[in-house]
Design a protein around this ligand. Structure first.
Ligand code: NAD
Length: 494
């Protein structure tokens, strides 16, 4: 049953891409499901001068593919108000306060406020400071701040940003979004582990040989070259999404599936990640940058250096893969391999868990070891699982074959599963921070990533080193081959 939530949403960056593509549709889905009913209002702010009616039309347009009817969309949009607001202008916060108080009273919101900072992190400090100094934070009700990635460029800048925000908001009022944590199948990692004793009892170095995580994109940087060229795959993907997935895979069972207990375990797992010495980085990490495609069909695809707003000699990596080791009792000796990049052969996110082989192959095909059992968790675009088992091949003799038990949710179920942003906004309304990143996680992740970044920045590399449409540079294959493994998911060979 949906319980109605009361709140005033103030969206900074209300004219931006994120607001239109993700936030308005997510709020509408919550409205359709009854989590938002009459007692909510949204203030969209940005520098432009827009009238409420114009803003409402923008909101209606952003939900046109999912709205029940025009009337329903109009009713939803009637809760939206636009306030032109330059976040660096202190006076503007006074106008915002007056409007917030009026809406609070009109919609009976009891002082519940959710501030969504959908804009550049450069402004997070100034916004949070002014929200406090100009009394937009209410003494009654809840006051929560949702902030978008990236959270800093390295540990130092993240710390500075955090100090600025913490001057106005307590840690438990800050919700750092990592939209991967809102994905159904990422949340399912805990269900698979802690809902199946068979699996959890094998979830350790005695039975697992290695874990492989792939987050691959088939598109290039498109129009985001300017931003991407200062960030790169390491900061954009490893520091947040990949280390978060690893912490969920590696953590000890929490005493309860509640935010504080889960967070304690995730932080413990992250703290056990081995920090490399600078001179060891190249043994564990591979970076890549895409060049043009070699394949005839897509031969017109540019290399990264030819993309809009990218430096012609750019040293920015569009691909990173690596081997992460977790020095604790459960995981000692089990490599966690990951790879992520742009312009790869296929778009997809999946986790392959490779179990140890049987000690002896007793079957007819005993010249080679039996294939390992693999549990795969598909995260996107399809959601589901598969388990590869060795079985007897029908016929005379005792030859084996590998059978794949697979469950992939139907396109319809996937389409109806809640969108990550929808889930996360609802969690925030409920005060549940399980699927958001705590400062301790951010800090620990940056310390790991900073070592790699510093080493890479000190050495020039001969880019580009992988073709668009491949699965990254050859060194990414070799990273596993030298340990006697190979990437389980090979879209090029399918
Ligand atoms: P955008 O450039 O489309 O929007 C930025 C918004 O900020 C606009 O509404 C703009 O008018 C407003 N703005 C800029 N300067 C301002 C000022 N001085 N005062 C008031 N308003 C000002 O950016 P976006 O793509 O919507 O991204 C917003 C944030 O979300 C960024 O931190 C980005 O990294 C993050 N993010 C975006 C996406 C996405 O899919 N777009 C995904 C993940 C994270």
């Amino acid at each position: 049953m949906s319980i109605e939530q009361k709140a005033l949403f103030t969206i900074f960056g209300g004219t931006g891409d994120l607001a239109k593509r993700k936030l308005y549709p997510s709020l509408y889905r919550l409205y359709k499901k009854g989590y938002l009913k009459e007692k909510f209002a949204v203030i969209g702010t940005a520098r432009r001068e827009w009238a409420d009616d114009f803003y409402r039309d923008v909101v209606i347009e952003s939900i046109q593919d999912i709205s029940e009817s025009k009337e329903h969309a109009i009713k939803f949009a009637s809760h939206f108000y636009y306030q032109s607001h330059n976040v660096t202008d202190i006076q503007h916060y006074n106008t915002l306060k007056t409007l917030s108080e009026k809406l609070d009273e009109n919609y009976q919101l009891d002082g519940n406020r959710l501030f969504y900072l959908a804009m550049s992190p450069n402004f997070f400090g100034i916004i949070s400071q002014n929200l406090k100094d100009r009394n937009l934070i209410t003494p009654t009700g809840f006051n929560r701040l949702i902030i978008e990635k990236p959270f800093g460029q390295d540990f130092e800048s993240a710390l500075e940003l955090n100090d600025q925000i913490r001057a106005s908001f307590e840690e438990d009022q800050i919700y750092r979004i990592d939209h991967y944590l809102g994905k159904e199948m990422v949340q399912n990692i805990s269900a698979v582990r802690f809902g199946n004793y068979m699996i959890e009892s094998m979830w350790n170095s005695r039975y697992i040989d290695n874990i492989q995580i792939t987050l691959s994109e088939s598109i290039g940087v498109e129009e985001r070259g300017g931003y991407y060229d200062t960030s790169g795959a390491l900061r954009d993907m490893l520091q947040n999404h990949i280390l978060q997935i690893i912490s969920l895979l590696a953590m000890e069972p929490p005493t309860r599936l509640e935010d504080k207990e889960i967070r304690t375990e995730k932080i413990k797992a992250l703290k056990a990640v081995r920090l490399f010495e600078p001179n060891e980085v190249s043994n564990y990490m591979v970076r890549g940058q895409y060049g043009p495609s070699k394949d005839e069909i897509s031969k017109d695809l540019n290399g990264y250096r030819e993309e809009l707003n990218v430096a012609p000699e750019s040293q920015t990596e569009t691909f990173v893969s690596g081997k992460i080791l977790i020095d604790n009792f459960r995981w000692a000796g089990v490599p966690f391999y990951f790879r992520t990049g742009k312009r790869l052969a296929e778009k997809g996110t999946q986790i392959d868990i490779e179990f140890k082989n049987v000690p002896l192959n007793l079957f007819d095909n005993n010249e080679e070891p039996l294939p390992a059992n693999i549990l795969t968790i598909y995260i996107q675009p399809t959601e589901g699982f598969s388990l590869e088992l060795n079985t007897k091949k029908i016929g005379l003799g005792l030859e084996t074959e590998t059978l794949k038990l697979e469950h992939k949710h139907s396109a319809e179920t996937t389409a109806n599963s809640p969108e990550a942003y929808e889930k996360l906004i609802l969690d925030c309304l409920n005060g549940d921070s399980t699927n958001f990143t705590h400062w301790d996680e951010v800090a620990t992740s940056w310390k790991f990533v900073d070592i790699i970044r510093k080493h890479w920045d000190s050495e020039k590399i001969d880019f580009p080193n992988y073709a668009s449409g491949s699965m990254g540079p050859i060194e990414s294959e070799q990273l596993l081959n030298k340990d006697g493994f190979k990437w389980h998911w090979c879209p090029n060979n399918n």
